[in-house]
Design a protein around this ligand. Structure first.
Ligand code: NAD
Length: 486
C-alpha cells in the first residue's frame, strides 16, 4: 500500500493519531523547518500503553514462526520504500543520501539473519518420571528510546528484537529526528496486528514519562551515558528491565606493517562516516611511531578527498552536525584542543562555513589532531563530530594498557598484516566488539553491546533476544509422591 511521506502522525493501537500541539525540528543542512510532528502528552502515552498491553495478550501467544514471517515481510517493505525513507532521513539528520540508503539496506539485511535464531523450549532433564524444562517468555511492553544519529537502524533493530520474542512496543524517536521513525512504524502496521508496534513523537518530557510509567516492563535505550544513567535510575523505581546502548570511544591500533595508503583510507572512512556521529566510528588512533609521519600524511590526503555539504548534493560524504546543541558541543571540543597540547594537522577552522554562501547549516571541517596529551579531553571523551585525535605507540603492552585505560568500552579495531599479532592485541581489549583489519561491521546473529559505561545488555544474536524474555523453569513430576513421614 502506497504511503504518504509528507504528513506525520503518532501510531497508537494501529491508528494514526494527532496531537493538539506539534513541533518542527529543523533540517541541519539548511536550518529550515521540517514538517510538523506530534508533541505527545501524558494521555497519549497512557493510550499507547493501554493499546500495547491489550495487543500483548494475543501477540505473546502468536507462534514464533508467524512473528518471524511478519518481520521478514516488514524487512522487504522497508527495502521497497527505501527511496522515500532515505529522503526523510537526509532531511532530518543531514546524512548523505547514499548513507541513508545504506542504513536502510543494512538493517533490512540484518533481519533475516536475526530471524534465523529461535529461542526454543529446552528439556534440561527427564529422569524417573520428572521432566525439567527451561523456556523463554516475553516480558510484556517495551519502551524503545533512540537517538538522532541512526534513527532508522537503531529503531528497527529494537523493534525486531522485541517483537520477534513476543513483546509489544512503544517507540520514541529523538525530538531532533522523528520522521523516519514515524513512517517506519506506520509501514509496520501493514504487517503486524494493531497495538504491537506503537510510536509517539514528543518533547524532552516524553522519555522520562516512559521510564517512569508502571505499564511499561522494559526500556531499551540508545543514547549518551549521562541520559542512560537517568534512564536506569528512573527504571529502578518500577524495577523495569533495561538494555542500555551508549557512547563509544573506539580506538584503532595501527601496527607498523600495514599498507599505509589502504589503511589510512579505511581509517578516514570509518572515522568520518556520518560526520563522526556514529557510536562505533573510530574516535582515536594509536599508530606505531615508526610509520606515524607517513600514516598521518596519508590520512590527511584521504580525508581531504571527502566532500562536505548538504546530503542531497552529489558526492557529499560528510554532512552537517545533527543539530545546534551538538554543533556547539563539537565546537567546544575544537576550542579545547586549541588550548591543550597537540598539533591540529587538518581542519579546526570553525569560522570557515559561517562565511560560506549557501552553507548555513551546522557544518564543521573534518579535524585531525596529532599527539594531544593522553589525558586531554579529546583523547578521553566522545565528541560525536568530525574530530580525530592521533597518538603514537612503541610497546605492545603499553598500547593495550592505554587503549583499556578508559571507562568507555564499545568497540575497537586493530590493523596489521601480521594478523596473529593484531588478533592477539584485539583479544585483550575491553570492548564489546573487536575488529581486525575492518571496523564497525555487525551481523544480526552476533550480540552487540558495550562494556563498562558503554552499555548494559545486548541487542541482536541469541543473547539480544533473551534480553527481551523472562526465563521460566518448569518441573513436571508425573505423579505426586507422598511425603514419607506424614
Ligand atoms: P541522548 O542521550 O541525548 O538522547 C537519546 C534519547 O533519549 C533521545 O530520544 C532523547 O529524547 C531521550 N532522552 C533524553 N533524556 C531522557 C530521559 N531523561 N529519560 C529518557 N529518555 C531521554 O543522546 P543523543 O544525543 O540523541 O545521541 C547521541 C549519543 O548516542 C552518543 O553518545 C552516541 O554514542 C550514542 N549512541 C550509542 C549507540 C550504541 O549502539 N551504543 C548507537 C548510536 C548512538
Amino acid at each position: 500500500m502506497a504511503m504518504d511521506f509528507t504528513t506525520f502522525t503518532n501510531i497508537i493501537g494501529g491508528k494514526a493519531t494527532t496531537t493538539a500541539e506539534t513541533q518542527q525540528p529543523i533540517n541541519p543542512s539548511t536550518r529550515e523547518p521540517n514538517p510538523p510532528v506530534p508533541l505527545s502528552t501524558k494521555k497519549d502515552l497512557d493510550d499507547a500503553v493501554e493499546a500495547a498491553r491489550k495487543a500483548f495478550k494475543s501477540w505473546s501467544q502468536t507462534t514464533w514462526d508467524a512473528r518471524k514471517s511478519m518481520l521478514l515481510k516488514y524487512a522487504n517493505a522497508i527495502l521497497d520504500n527505501k527511496a522515500e525513507l532515505a529522503v526523510l532521513s537526509t532531511r532530518e539528520q543531514g546524512k548523505p543520501l547514499m548513507i541513508a540508503v545504506l542504513e536502510l539496506e543494512l538493517i533490512a539485511g540484518r533481519m533475516p539473519d536475526l530471524a534465523e535464531i529461535k529461542l526454543e523450549e529446552e528439556l534440561i532433564s527427564d529422569v524417573q518420571g520428572r521432566k525439567v524444562t527451561k523456556r523463554y517468555m516475553p516480558l510484556g511492553v517495551g519502551g524503545l528510546i533512540v537517538p538522532w544519529n541512526f534513527p532508522v537502524m537503531l529503531l528497527v533493530a529494537k523493534i525486531a528484537n522485541a517483537v520477534l520474542t513476543g513483546n509489544t512496543v512503544i517507540c520514541k524517536p529523538s525530538p531532533f529526528a522523528p520522521y523516519t521513525g514515524l513512517k517506519l512504524v506506520e509501514l509496520a502496521q501493514q504487517f503486524f496486528p494493531p497495538g504491537v508496534i506503537n510510536i509517539l513523537s514528543g518533547g524532552d518530557n516524553l522519555g522520562p514519562w516512559m521510564t517512569a510509567h508502571p505499564g511499561i516492563d522494559k526500556i531499551s535505550f540508545t543514547g549518551s551515558i549521562a541520559t542512560g544513567k537517568k534512564v536506569m535510575e528512573s527504571c529502578s523505581k518500577t524495577l523495569k528491565r533495561v538494555t542500555l546502548e551508549m557512547e563509544g570511544k573506539d580506538p584503532a591500533i595501527i601496527l607498523p606493517d600495514i599498507d599505509i595508503a589502504v589503511v589510512a583510507g579505511q581509517v578516514a572512512f570509518w572515522t568520518f562516516i556520518n560526520g563522526g556521529q556514529a557510536c562505533m566510528s573510530i574516535k582515536k588512533v594509536y599508530v606505531h611511531s615508526s610509520i606515524a609521519k607517513e600514516f598521518v600524511t596519508a590520512l590527511i590526503a584521504a580525508t581531504k578527498a571527502f566532500k562536505i555539504g548538504d546530503g542531497f548534493e552529489d558526492g557529499v560524504f560528510i554532512g552537517p552536525v545533527g543539530h545546534e546543541m551538538q554543533y556547539e558541543k563539537v565546537v567546544g571540543f575544537i576550542q579545547d584542543i586549541k588550548k591543550e597540547d597537540g598539533e591540529i594537522v587538518l581542519g579546526g577552522d570553525i569560522e570557515r562555513f559561517k562565511h560560506s554562501p549557501g552553507k548555513s547549516g551546522f557544518f564543521i571541517d573534518p579535524t585531525i589532531v596529532f599527539e594531544p596529551g593522553e589525558e586531554s579531553r579529546i583523547m578521553k571523551e566522545e565528541p560525536f563530530g568530525p574530530i580525530l585525535p592521533i597518538a603514537t605507540w612503541d610497546d605492545e603492552e603499553d598500547v593495550i594498557r592505554r587503549a583499556n585505560n578508559t571507562d568507555i568500552g564499545l568497540g575497537a579495531s586493530v590493523w596489521g598484516k601480521d594478523v596473529t599479532r593484531a588478533e592477539r592485541i584485539g583479544r585483550r581489549l575491553e570492548v564489546g566488539s573487536v575488529w581486525i583489519n575492518e571496523h564497525m561491521s555487525g551481523l544480526g546473529s552476533v550480540p552487540f553491546g558495550g562494556w563498562k559505561s558503554s552499555g548494559i545488555g545486548v541487542e541482536y544474536g541469541k543473547e539480544g533476544l533473551i534480553d527481551w524474555c523472562n526465563l521460566q523453569g518448569i518441573y513436571v513430576t508425573s505423579e505426586a509422591k507422598s511425603i514419607g513421614f506424614l
